[in-house]
Design a protein around this ligand. Structure first.
Ligand code: FAD
Length: 512
């Protein structure tokens, strides 16, 4: 790379949102855009592109595979996967595709994210679905069909996801895929890479270590492991819910006392950076099957159920995915049995209330971030109650006439776990993540001191710097978040284009 490389816009992180931001900005042939991605390209790499292989990417060199801090009430053994390649997690995930529920976008607006309500977001979904192909799972796996029938027998109506507003019900999932091939943001927005417009420069295998900030408090570039890149107009950070706050803090943007502790000079005291770490904690109930479970499935998770564990709640509060294999990562290591032929239901706390933190372990960019989810620590015990009730509901569905003939035995938690206390203990200790970390650079009103970005995604206290990825979620949404991250990328590109910041007139000095 040319040491003095300079572009109008620098997009840091070529993942789910970053690929969208860069591709959309480069639609204006008068601007130059550079997209910097730490991982390799996904183009032609069938390990990544073939959707069925997603589970085999866990823990490989294409996965950051982050460890988390020991958890007082949850599962500290969880490995947090994050895709390290073009397309980021959209190149790694199981491609379950949900538009953001309207109810969540209204919550976002009430939380200060003006301009992010359902009416504002809908055109962006339309725009992204022009690029990202969405398909409904074709019913045909007899085990999944038995689950859908059992949920109906338990009283849940059918629902067509994404075609009607989310409510209680059971249905076949939609996937961002074309047949067996995933429709990640890189596939949909960047391929074929050889035909990218000349004003879009793509740097893969290039890790950003710091954002460069000048003496006017503006972001003007980035320091990478392959040299310095300058941005004439704006820098957009899209490194995801762990690495975006890490990069901001390495660049001196974050809670001043913490930066002081790890020896990073403070550029902007932004207390919210790394706070408010959210996720969907996920329980699992797993059964050994009486017969071979059909392997016919694109990614192993074909149907979902949304339910209310609290009948007085207006909205569903628990989301189940139905899996046609033994999802035993977190149960086996605690001694629960597994089986070759198995299926499972996974109760997810849709709007979990526990909040964790991301911090620096040191000022060395090579050191992984410190990640502490503080799962199941919300003071009202909401998350614990929802997951406990979710396990009970999963059992009730397996007991329905349609699914009962498939059940040989309950593998986990098993018949001896009966009381609420026992179920809670099991569910919390074996909980997995659905890999949905979010909220660590929360968007909020311009005068909200805890917010990191304003509704234009501009970082508090630093000019010409925006964030666009899952870290800006004001609150956790009720569904799988990948499409929401792409929507954020679409809107961010518009916000940057509308601002059309001029290049600074005079040469500035760097402070970092
Ligand atoms: C295994 C798995 C399964 C999932 N399943 C689903 C699902 O089925 N449906 C769904 O909706 N969601 C799913 N998710 C979650 C969803 O994919 C993510 O929430 C979403 O894709 C996150 O997008 P993002 O833009 O915030 O970050 P990412 O997509 O993670 O993008 C961040 C990018 O930044 C790059 N980067 C990070 N640090 C640096 C640096 N210092 N320098 C340069 N580049 C850097 C990364 O390599 C990455 O490419 C899953 C996630 C995983 C991991």
């Amino acid at each position: 790379m040319d040491h003095t490389a300079e572009f109008d816009y620098l997009v840091l992180g070529g993942g789910t949102a970053g690929a969208v931001v860069a591709a959309r900005l480069a639609e204006d042939p008068e601007t130059s855009v550079c997209l910097v991605e730490a991982g390799p390209s996904d183009e032609g790499d069938w390990r990544i592109l073939e959707l069925w292989n997603w589970v085999n990417l866990l823990g490989t060199e294409l996965d950051y595979d982050y460890l988390i801090e020991p958890q007082e009430r949850g599962n500290g053994l969880i490995r947090h996967s994050r895709g390290k390649m073009l397309g980021g997690c959209s190149s790694h995930n199981s491609a379950i595709a949900f538009r953001t529920p309207d109810v969540d976008l209204r919550i976002w607006e009430r939380a200060g994210a003006t301009g992010w309500g359902p009416e504002d977001a809908h055109p962006y979904f339309e725009r992204l679905f022009d690029r990202v192909n969405i398909e409904t799972v074709f019913p045909g796996n007899t085990c999944s069909e038995a689950f859908v029938a059992a949920a109906r027998q338990a009283g849940f109506p059918p629902i067509r996801f994404n075609e009607e507003e989310l409510r209680e019900g059971v249905g076949w999932l939609q996937l961002n895929a074309r047949g067996a091939i995933r429709q990640s943001s890189s596939v949909a927005y960047l391929h074929p890479i050889g035909e990218l417009p000349p004003n879009l420069t793509l740097l893969t295998d290039t890790k950003v270590d710091r954002i460069l900030i000048d003496d006017h408090g503006d972001a003007v570039g980035a320091e990478t492991d392959r040299g310095t890149i300058r941005a004439r107009r704006e820098v957009v950070v899209c490194c995801g819910a762990f690495d975006t706050p890490k990069l901001l803090m390495l660049s001196g943007i974050g809670p001043a006392d913490h930066l002081y502790d790890v020896g990073v000079p403070v550029v902007a005291d932004v207390p919210g950076v790394g706070e408010h770490l959210l996720d969907h904690p996920e329980g699992v109930v797993m059964w050994e099957a009486t017969r071979p479970v059909p392997t016919m499935s694109r990614q192993g998770w074909e149907a979902a159920l949304f339910a209310r564990t609290d009948p007085s709640a207006g909205e569903p509060d628990v989301m189940f995915h139905f899996g046609t294999s033994a999802f035993d990562l977190n149960t086996v290591q605690l001694g629960y049995p597994t089986a070759e032929q198995a299926f499972c239901l996974t109760p997810n706390v849709m709007r979990a209330r526990s909040e964790g933190v991301v911090r620096l372990r040191s000022g060395d960019p090579a050191t992984p971030p410190l990640i502490d989810f503080r799962y199941f620590t919300d003071p009202e015990g909401y998350d614990d109650r929802v997951i406990t009730e979710g396990v009970k509901l999963a059992r009730a569905i397996a007991a329905q006439p349609a699914l009962r003939p498939w059940v040989k035995r309950e593998l986990a938690p098993g018949p001896n776990v009966r009381t609420d206390e026992e179920i809670s203990e099991y569910a919390r200790r074996t909980a997995n993540t659905v890999y949905h970390p979010a909220g660590t650079c929360r968007m909020g009103a311009a005068d909200d001191p805890g917010a990191v970005v304003d509704p234009q995604l501009r970082v508090r206290g630093v000019g010409r710097l925006r964030v666009a990825d899952a870290s800006v979620f004001p609150t956790m949404i009720g569904t799988n978040p990948c499409i929401t991250c792409m929507m954020i990328g679409e809107k961010c590109a518009d916000l940057v284009k509308e601002a059309a910041l001029p290049t600074p007139l005079a040469e500035r000095n760097l402070v970092i």
